[in-house]
Write a protein that binds this ligand. Structure first.
Ligand SMILES: *Cc1c(COP(=O)(O)O)cnc(C)c1O
Length: 352
Protein backbone atom coordinates (compact mmCIF):
# COMPACT_ATOMS: atom_id res chain seq x y z
CA UNK A 1 0.00 0.00 0.00
CA UNK A 2 0.94 3.67 -0.32
CA UNK A 3 1.84 4.13 3.34
CA UNK A 4 4.75 1.71 3.07
CA UNK A 5 6.65 4.09 0.81
CA UNK A 6 5.61 7.05 2.92
CA UNK A 7 6.84 5.36 6.11
CA UNK A 8 10.14 4.43 4.45
CA UNK A 9 10.66 8.02 3.29
CA UNK A 10 9.81 9.45 6.75
CA UNK A 11 12.24 7.00 8.29
CA UNK A 12 14.92 8.03 5.78
CA UNK A 13 14.58 11.63 7.01
CA UNK A 14 15.48 10.48 10.53
CA UNK A 15 18.18 7.91 9.84
CA UNK A 16 19.79 9.77 6.94
CA UNK A 17 19.82 6.92 4.42
CA UNK A 18 17.26 5.06 2.27
CA UNK A 19 15.33 2.32 4.09
CA UNK A 20 13.34 -0.82 3.47
CA UNK A 21 10.66 -1.71 6.02
CA UNK A 22 10.26 -5.31 7.18
CA UNK A 23 8.29 -7.28 9.76
CA UNK A 24 10.78 -7.28 12.66
CA UNK A 25 14.29 -6.44 13.77
CA UNK A 26 15.13 -10.12 13.34
CA UNK A 27 13.85 -9.96 9.75
CA UNK A 28 15.97 -6.84 9.21
CA UNK A 29 19.11 -8.69 10.30
CA UNK A 30 18.19 -11.66 8.12
CA UNK A 31 17.85 -9.32 5.12
CA UNK A 32 21.15 -7.56 5.90
CA UNK A 33 22.98 -10.90 5.92
CA UNK A 34 21.23 -11.94 2.71
CA UNK A 35 22.26 -8.63 1.12
CA UNK A 36 25.95 -9.30 1.76
CA UNK A 37 25.59 -12.83 0.40
CA UNK A 38 26.51 -14.51 3.68
CA UNK A 39 27.22 -18.21 3.09
CA UNK A 40 28.53 -21.31 4.87
CA UNK A 41 32.14 -20.84 5.92
CA UNK A 42 31.92 -17.05 6.18
CA UNK A 43 32.59 -15.55 9.58
CA UNK A 44 31.00 -12.57 11.29
CA UNK A 45 32.41 -10.74 14.29
CA UNK A 46 29.87 -9.76 16.96
CA UNK A 47 29.72 -8.88 20.68
CA UNK A 48 28.12 -11.27 23.21
CA UNK A 49 26.04 -8.58 24.98
CA UNK A 50 23.04 -8.51 22.65
CA UNK A 51 19.78 -10.23 21.89
CA UNK A 52 20.59 -13.49 20.12
CA UNK A 53 18.86 -12.45 16.88
CA UNK A 54 22.12 -10.64 16.01
CA UNK A 55 23.81 -14.04 15.69
CA UNK A 56 20.91 -16.39 14.96
CA UNK A 57 20.09 -14.84 11.61
CA UNK A 58 23.72 -15.23 10.48
CA UNK A 59 24.07 -18.75 11.83
CA UNK A 60 21.11 -19.95 9.78
CA UNK A 61 23.05 -19.02 6.63
CA UNK A 62 25.75 -21.40 7.87
CA UNK A 63 28.09 -18.61 8.91
CA UNK A 64 30.50 -19.08 11.78
CA UNK A 65 29.87 -16.72 14.69
CA UNK A 66 33.03 -15.16 16.10
CA UNK A 67 32.59 -13.30 19.36
CA UNK A 68 34.67 -10.34 20.45
CA UNK A 69 34.38 -9.09 24.01
CA UNK A 70 32.92 -5.76 25.09
CA UNK A 71 34.13 -2.53 26.62
CA UNK A 72 33.52 -2.76 30.32
CA UNK A 73 31.69 0.55 30.64
CA UNK A 74 29.48 0.76 27.56
CA UNK A 75 28.68 -2.89 26.87
CA UNK A 76 29.59 -2.29 23.21
CA UNK A 77 32.07 -4.31 21.16
CA UNK A 78 35.67 -3.30 21.88
CA UNK A 79 37.32 -2.22 18.63
CA UNK A 80 40.75 -2.86 20.15
CA UNK A 81 39.96 -6.58 20.26
CA UNK A 82 38.46 -6.89 16.78
CA UNK A 83 41.57 -7.17 14.60
CA UNK A 84 42.85 -10.24 16.42
CA UNK A 85 39.60 -12.05 15.54
CA UNK A 86 39.81 -11.42 11.78
CA UNK A 87 40.62 -14.37 9.53
CA UNK A 88 40.61 -14.78 5.72
CA UNK A 89 36.97 -15.95 6.08
CA UNK A 90 35.72 -12.87 7.94
CA UNK A 91 32.96 -11.19 6.01
CA UNK A 92 31.51 -8.57 8.33
CA UNK A 93 31.82 -6.80 11.64
CA UNK A 94 28.42 -6.55 13.31
CA UNK A 95 28.28 -3.93 16.05
CA UNK A 96 25.37 -3.58 18.47
CA UNK A 97 24.43 -0.19 19.94
CA UNK A 98 23.81 -1.48 23.45
CA UNK A 99 21.16 0.45 25.42
CA UNK A 100 20.91 2.96 22.56
CA UNK A 101 24.48 4.20 22.62
CA UNK A 102 26.25 3.94 19.26
CA UNK A 103 29.29 1.66 19.17
CA UNK A 104 32.72 3.09 18.24
CA UNK A 105 31.81 3.30 14.58
CA UNK A 106 34.82 5.31 13.33
CA UNK A 107 37.26 2.86 14.86
CA UNK A 108 35.31 -0.09 13.47
CA UNK A 109 35.15 1.54 10.03
CA UNK A 110 38.94 1.89 9.89
CA UNK A 111 39.34 -1.82 10.67
CA UNK A 112 36.60 -2.85 8.23
CA UNK A 113 38.13 -0.82 5.39
CA UNK A 114 41.63 -2.08 6.11
CA UNK A 115 40.49 -5.71 5.86
CA UNK A 116 37.84 -5.21 3.18
CA UNK A 117 34.96 -6.15 5.51
CA UNK A 118 31.38 -4.99 5.65
CA UNK A 119 30.27 -3.00 8.69
CA UNK A 120 26.77 -3.81 9.94
CA UNK A 121 25.14 -2.02 12.87
CA UNK A 122 22.37 -3.71 14.84
CA UNK A 123 20.60 -0.52 15.87
CA UNK A 124 17.55 -2.21 17.42
CA UNK A 125 18.18 -0.07 20.53
CA UNK A 126 19.41 3.14 18.96
CA UNK A 127 16.91 4.57 16.49
CA UNK A 128 17.05 8.34 17.06
CA UNK A 129 20.62 8.39 18.40
CA UNK A 130 23.49 10.24 16.76
CA UNK A 131 27.21 9.49 16.68
CA UNK A 132 29.52 12.52 16.33
CA UNK A 133 26.57 14.43 14.90
CA UNK A 134 25.63 11.75 12.35
CA UNK A 135 22.38 9.81 12.54
CA UNK A 136 22.47 6.12 13.33
CA UNK A 137 21.47 4.50 10.04
CA UNK A 138 23.72 6.62 7.83
CA UNK A 139 27.11 5.37 9.05
CA UNK A 140 27.49 1.60 8.70
CA UNK A 141 27.16 -0.19 5.34
CA UNK A 142 23.90 -1.67 6.59
CA UNK A 143 21.96 -0.70 9.72
CA UNK A 144 19.05 -2.68 11.15
CA UNK A 145 16.21 -1.40 13.34
CA UNK A 146 13.44 -3.01 15.40
CA UNK A 147 10.02 -1.51 16.03
CA UNK A 148 8.99 -4.03 18.69
CA UNK A 149 6.85 -2.30 21.37
CA UNK A 150 9.66 -2.03 23.92
CA UNK A 151 11.99 -0.28 21.46
CA UNK A 152 12.35 3.49 20.88
CA UNK A 153 9.27 3.54 18.65
CA UNK A 154 6.87 0.85 17.51
CA UNK A 155 4.81 -0.53 14.66
CA UNK A 156 3.53 -3.34 16.97
CA UNK A 157 5.94 -5.70 15.20
CA UNK A 158 8.29 -4.31 12.60
CA UNK A 159 11.79 -3.40 11.59
CA UNK A 160 13.85 -1.81 8.85
CA UNK A 161 17.17 -1.93 7.08
CA UNK A 162 18.90 1.27 6.04
CA UNK A 163 21.95 1.55 3.82
CA UNK A 164 24.24 4.16 2.36
CA UNK A 165 24.96 1.63 -0.40
CA UNK A 166 22.12 1.42 -3.00
CA UNK A 167 23.23 -2.00 -4.23
CA UNK A 168 23.15 -3.53 -0.73
CA UNK A 169 19.77 -1.95 0.02
CA UNK A 170 18.34 -3.21 -3.24
CA UNK A 171 19.50 -6.74 -2.35
CA UNK A 172 17.95 -6.47 1.12
CA UNK A 173 14.70 -5.24 -0.43
CA UNK A 174 14.57 -8.04 -3.00
CA UNK A 175 15.23 -10.71 -0.37
CA UNK A 176 12.39 -9.31 1.77
CA UNK A 177 10.00 -9.27 -1.23
CA UNK A 178 10.28 -12.94 -2.32
CA UNK A 179 13.22 -12.18 -4.58
CA UNK A 180 10.87 -10.78 -7.21
CA UNK A 181 12.44 -8.71 -9.98
CA UNK A 182 9.93 -6.29 -11.54
CA UNK A 183 12.22 -3.89 -13.40
CA UNK A 184 12.18 -4.89 -17.13
CA UNK A 185 15.77 -3.69 -17.54
CA UNK A 186 16.91 -6.44 -15.16
CA UNK A 187 14.90 -9.26 -16.79
CA UNK A 188 16.74 -12.35 -17.96
CA UNK A 189 13.62 -13.65 -19.71
CA UNK A 190 13.02 -11.13 -22.53
CA UNK A 191 9.96 -10.04 -24.50
CA UNK A 192 7.28 -10.89 -21.94
CA UNK A 193 3.96 -9.18 -21.33
CA UNK A 194 3.24 -6.63 -18.63
CA UNK A 195 2.35 -9.44 -16.22
CA UNK A 196 5.89 -10.69 -16.09
CA UNK A 197 8.03 -10.82 -12.99
CA UNK A 198 10.90 -13.21 -12.29
CA UNK A 199 13.19 -14.44 -9.53
CA UNK A 200 17.00 -14.55 -9.71
CA UNK A 201 17.68 -15.36 -6.08
CA UNK A 202 15.38 -16.91 -3.48
CA UNK A 203 13.72 -14.58 -1.01
CA UNK A 204 11.14 -14.49 1.76
CA UNK A 205 8.10 -12.37 2.52
CA UNK A 206 8.90 -9.79 5.18
CA UNK A 207 6.61 -7.00 3.91
CA UNK A 208 5.45 -4.66 6.67
CA UNK A 209 1.69 -4.12 6.21
CA UNK A 210 0.29 -0.73 5.24
CA UNK A 211 -1.72 -0.49 8.46
CA UNK A 212 1.41 -0.91 10.59
CA UNK A 213 3.22 1.68 8.46
CA UNK A 214 0.40 4.11 9.36
CA UNK A 215 1.22 3.54 13.03
CA UNK A 216 4.92 3.94 12.22
CA UNK A 217 4.36 7.29 10.49
CA UNK A 218 2.49 8.55 13.53
CA UNK A 219 5.18 7.27 15.89
CA UNK A 220 7.98 8.84 13.84
CA UNK A 221 6.29 12.23 14.05
CA UNK A 222 6.60 11.92 17.84
CA UNK A 223 10.11 10.47 17.91
CA UNK A 224 11.84 13.67 18.99
CA UNK A 225 9.47 14.09 21.92
CA UNK A 226 10.03 10.42 22.84
CA UNK A 227 13.75 11.10 22.70
CA UNK A 228 13.44 14.13 24.98
CA UNK A 229 11.43 12.08 27.44
CA UNK A 230 13.94 9.23 27.49
CA UNK A 231 16.84 11.65 27.88
CA UNK A 232 15.10 13.40 30.79
CA UNK A 233 14.49 10.05 32.51
CA UNK A 234 18.13 9.08 31.89
CA UNK A 235 19.41 12.36 33.36
CA UNK A 236 17.18 12.05 36.44
CA UNK A 237 18.43 8.51 37.14
CA UNK A 238 22.04 9.67 36.68
CA UNK A 239 21.55 12.58 39.12
CA UNK A 240 19.73 10.65 41.78
CA UNK A 241 21.82 7.49 41.70
CA UNK A 242 25.31 8.99 41.47
CA UNK A 243 27.96 8.30 44.10
CA UNK A 244 26.32 5.22 45.57
CA UNK A 245 28.94 2.67 46.60
CA UNK A 246 28.55 -0.66 44.78
CA UNK A 247 26.34 0.84 42.07
CA UNK A 248 27.79 1.44 38.60
CA UNK A 249 25.89 3.73 36.25
CA UNK A 250 25.99 3.51 32.44
CA UNK A 251 28.85 5.36 30.78
CA UNK A 252 27.71 8.01 28.32
CA UNK A 253 30.31 8.92 25.71
CA UNK A 254 30.02 12.65 25.07
CA UNK A 255 30.26 12.34 21.26
CA UNK A 256 27.00 10.35 21.31
CA UNK A 257 23.59 12.02 21.53
CA UNK A 258 21.70 8.97 22.74
CA UNK A 259 18.07 8.02 22.55
CA UNK A 260 18.26 5.67 25.54
CA UNK A 261 16.45 2.36 25.11
CA UNK A 262 17.71 0.86 28.38
CA UNK A 263 19.00 2.19 31.67
CA UNK A 264 21.52 -0.51 32.65
CA UNK A 265 22.92 -0.33 36.17
CA UNK A 266 25.43 -2.76 37.57
CA UNK A 267 25.44 -4.07 41.12
CA UNK A 268 27.71 -6.57 42.88
CA UNK A 269 27.06 -9.91 41.19
CA UNK A 270 26.80 -11.54 44.61
CA UNK A 271 23.65 -9.46 45.25
CA UNK A 272 22.17 -9.14 41.76
CA UNK A 273 19.54 -11.85 42.19
CA UNK A 274 18.31 -10.46 45.54
CA UNK A 275 18.22 -6.86 44.34
CA UNK A 276 16.40 -7.89 41.17
CA UNK A 277 13.82 -9.91 43.13
CA UNK A 278 13.23 -7.10 45.63
CA UNK A 279 12.64 -4.61 42.84
CA UNK A 280 10.22 -7.00 41.14
CA UNK A 281 8.48 -7.57 44.49
CA UNK A 282 7.93 -3.82 44.71
CA UNK A 283 6.17 -3.97 41.35
CA UNK A 284 9.08 -2.61 39.33
CA UNK A 285 9.52 -4.48 36.07
CA UNK A 286 13.30 -4.63 35.96
CA UNK A 287 14.96 -6.90 33.42
CA UNK A 288 18.42 -8.29 32.70
CA UNK A 289 19.92 -7.50 29.28
CA UNK A 290 21.49 -9.87 28.35
CA UNK A 291 22.65 -13.42 28.95
CA UNK A 292 25.84 -13.28 26.81
CA UNK A 293 24.73 -14.72 23.48
CA UNK A 294 27.46 -17.36 23.39
CA UNK A 295 26.10 -18.89 26.62
CA UNK A 296 22.78 -19.90 25.10
CA UNK A 297 22.72 -23.70 24.98
CA UNK A 298 22.52 -23.57 21.18
CA UNK A 299 26.16 -22.44 21.17
CA UNK A 300 27.48 -25.10 23.54
CA UNK A 301 27.61 -27.75 20.82
CA UNK A 302 29.78 -25.29 18.87
CA UNK A 303 32.37 -25.39 21.64
CA UNK A 304 31.58 -22.22 23.56
CA UNK A 305 31.48 -22.24 27.35
CA UNK A 306 30.98 -19.87 30.23
CA UNK A 307 34.12 -17.86 30.89
CA UNK A 308 35.15 -17.50 27.25
CA UNK A 309 34.35 -13.76 27.24
CA UNK A 310 35.00 -12.58 30.78
CA UNK A 311 34.09 -8.92 30.32
CA UNK A 312 30.70 -9.88 28.92
CA UNK A 313 30.20 -12.45 31.69
CA UNK A 314 31.09 -9.86 34.27
CA UNK A 315 28.79 -7.26 32.73
CA UNK A 316 25.89 -9.71 32.65
CA UNK A 317 26.51 -10.96 36.19
CA UNK A 318 25.81 -7.56 37.74
CA UNK A 319 23.42 -5.99 35.25
CA UNK A 320 19.88 -4.83 35.97
CA UNK A 321 17.90 -2.66 33.53
CA UNK A 322 15.72 -0.09 35.30
CA UNK A 323 12.46 0.88 33.56
CA UNK A 324 12.79 3.66 30.98
CA UNK A 325 9.94 4.33 28.56
CA UNK A 326 7.89 7.23 27.24
CA UNK A 327 4.94 6.88 29.60
CA UNK A 328 6.99 6.52 32.77
CA UNK A 329 5.78 9.28 35.11
CA UNK A 330 8.18 11.28 37.26
CA UNK A 331 6.53 10.06 40.48
CA UNK A 332 6.89 6.46 39.26
CA UNK A 333 10.55 7.06 38.48
CA UNK A 334 11.04 8.58 41.93
CA UNK A 335 9.49 5.46 43.44
CA UNK A 336 11.99 3.32 41.49
CA UNK A 337 14.89 5.53 42.60
CA UNK A 338 13.77 5.45 46.25
CA UNK A 339 13.44 1.68 46.06
CA UNK A 340 16.98 1.33 44.73
CA UNK A 341 18.28 3.63 47.48
CA UNK A 342 16.38 1.71 50.19
CA UNK A 343 17.57 -1.66 48.96
CA UNK A 344 21.17 -0.50 48.69
CA UNK A 345 21.05 1.00 52.16
CA UNK A 346 19.70 -2.20 53.68
CA UNK A 347 22.26 -4.38 51.90
CA UNK A 348 25.38 -2.24 52.02
CA UNK A 349 24.63 0.17 54.90
CA UNK A 350 28.06 -0.21 56.45
CA UNK A 351 29.51 1.20 53.27
CA UNK A 352 27.10 4.15 52.85
C1 LIG B 1 14.93 -6.44 19.78
C2 LIG B 1 16.25 -6.77 19.19
C3 LIG B 1 16.38 -7.48 18.00
C4 LIG B 1 15.21 -8.15 17.32
O1 LIG B 1 14.16 -7.32 17.02
P1 LIG B 1 12.66 -7.95 16.90
O2 LIG B 1 11.89 -6.81 16.29
O3 LIG B 1 12.23 -8.29 18.27
O4 LIG B 1 12.76 -9.11 16.00
C5 LIG B 1 17.63 -7.64 17.46
N1 LIG B 1 18.73 -7.15 18.07
C6 LIG B 1 18.65 -6.50 19.25
C7 LIG B 1 19.91 -5.96 19.86
C8 LIG B 1 17.42 -6.30 19.85
O5 LIG B 1 17.35 -5.67 21.03
Amino acid sequence: GPLVEKFESELEKIVGAPCVSVTSGTAALHCAYAAIGLKPGDEIITPPITFIATQATAAIFGAKIVFVDIQENTGNIDPLLVEAAITPNTKAIVAVDYAGQPADLDELRVIADKHNLILIEDAAHSLGSTYKGRSVGSIADLTTFSFFPTKNMTTAEGGAVSSINPDLLSKARKFSRQGLVRNPEEFKIKNQGAWHQEVHEFGVNYRLPDVLCALGISQLSRLSSFKGKRQALFAHYMNQLSNIPNLTLPQHNSHNDVMWHLFPIRVPSTHRREIFDELRNRGILVQVNYLPAYRHPVFSSLGFQEGDYPLSDNYFAGEISLPIYNDLEVNQQDYIIQSVLDIFESKFSSKL
